[in-house]
Design a protein around this ligand. Structure first.
Ligand SMILES: Cc1ncc(COP(=O)(O)O)c(C=O)c1O
Length: 375
């Protein structure tokens, strides 16, 4: 973090600033007096805007009053959701490799995360797609299992759950009476949809409002608003009520002007998202083409999010690899081991930066891998 001149591909964010129309909305909101406390569930207007978004994008009707809670980021949505579902001693199934915070929050509840690695389907010639091992999930359920957490689109895999996989997850959760927590913060970053800018179908499309389903969401990734700390969760009304109450003791609510700006993002952000995705897709293809030229590197084409998670043959210490890469070439990647079961042997790179950063960084990564000596 203190080294100068590093190409930072380890972060999960773009170097593109928040669009001007969203920044202007925040300034306007401050000048209009949105500088006071709001309800712990967030401004009524923000929840109404989110309900409108789900109706328009997913065809899902939500009650803004009882089923939506605005949170201070996606990670806070995960935090309150997990705290509301787990007691000490409980177990939570977590699909991995995954952003590590879910697992850590489970541990902070004095509960046990049970990491379930997502297998990679391969043909003889190539790595095709990550899947879910449902047999392993069945075998992992115990009387203390309360929750299943998955992320689609996935950080770091770029995997997007298919309709069949979502229906099976829902059926699995219903049968075992588990909470199903879907981290959908990357739902706008999808490259295989009917059109660029199409939204990944939310688990909410398949669930009823009686189902024990929670969605964790964020403005961070869709609108380049990582530093703003605004997100939301959608859940069955009883859980949303508890999340609203728990919020009081954690952070109470998201900043009021940030919530107003988030409404503008939802209303006016579509063209920005499409432009951003055009760049991300071209960056993804560029980085894939560099990696696929390298000996011993396999990487499936990700369908969503903004990460590549190449597997490097012979790599047994991804942390050591990333440390040497950083010290010797000033390129920062995230070690696969940080993402839990199934992650070692890989590294993660975020391709959301501009080409002026990606191109020199990828050249250095390629040279480092080719020259060997890091295994
Ligand atoms: C899978 C996943 N969920 C949630 C988040 C949290 O995003 P934020 O707290 O910025 O809303 C991230 C951020 O990297 C993420 O990768």
């Amino acid at each position: 973090m203190t080294m100068e001149g590093v190409y930072k591909l380890y972060f999960g964010e773009s170097n593109i600033p928040t669009p001007g129309f969203i920044r202007d909305a925040a300034s306007r909101a401050m000048n209009e007096g949105f500088t006071y406390y709001t309800s712990n569930a967030g401004l009524a207007s923000t929840r109404e805007a989110l309900a409108g978004y789900y109706a328009a994008k997913h065809g899902v009707e939500l009650d803004a009053e009882s089923e939506i809670v605005v949170t201070t980021s996606g990670v806070q949505a995960l935090n309150v959701a997990i705290r509301c579902t787990l007691d000490p001693g409980d177990e939570a199934l977590v699909l991995t490799p995954a952003w590590p915070n879910g697992t850590s929050i489970v541990q902070m509840c004095n509960a046990t995360p049970v990491q379930m690695a997502q297998p990679l389907e391969r043909t003889a010639a190539e790595a095709v797609r990550y899947t879910i091992n449902f047999d392993a999930l069945e075998a992992a359920v115990t009387p203390r299992t309360r929750l299943l957490l998955y992320t689609s689109p996935s950080n770091p895999l770029g995997w997007v759950a298919s309709e069949t996989e979502q229906l099976r997850l829902l059926e699995f959760a219903r049968r075992h009476k588990l909470w199903l927590l879907a981290d959908e913060v990357y739902e706008r970053l999808w490259y295989d949809g009917p059109a660029l800018g199409a939204v990944v179908p939310s688990i909410l499309r398949y669930a009823t409002r009686e189902d024990s389903v929670i969605v964790a969401q964020s403005f961070s990734k869709s609108y380049c608003m990582t530093g703003w700390r605004v997100g939301w969760l959608v859940a069955r009304a009883d859980l949303a009520g508890r999340a609203r109450e728990l919020n009081e003791f954690i952070i109470s609510h998201a900043p009021s002007f940030g919530q107003r700006a988030a409404e503008t993002a939802l209303r006016d952000g579509e063209a920005f998202i499409v432009r951003m995705l055009e760049d991300y897709r071209s960056n993804r293809d560029y980085c894939l083409s560099v990696l696929r030229e390298l000996p011993g590197v396999t990487v499936p084409e990700p369908s969503g999010a903004f990460y590549l998670f190449p597997r490097i043959e012979g790599l047994a210490d991804s942390f050591g690899f990333c440390k040497r890469l950083l010290l010797e070439t000033k390129v920062g990647l995230a070690p696969g081991v940080a993402f839990g079961a199934g992650g070692e042997g890989n590294v993660r790179l975020c391709y959301a930066s501009e080409r002026s950063i990606l191109e020199p960084a990828m050249e250095r990564v390629a040279r480092f891998i080719r020259q060997g000596g890091w295994a």
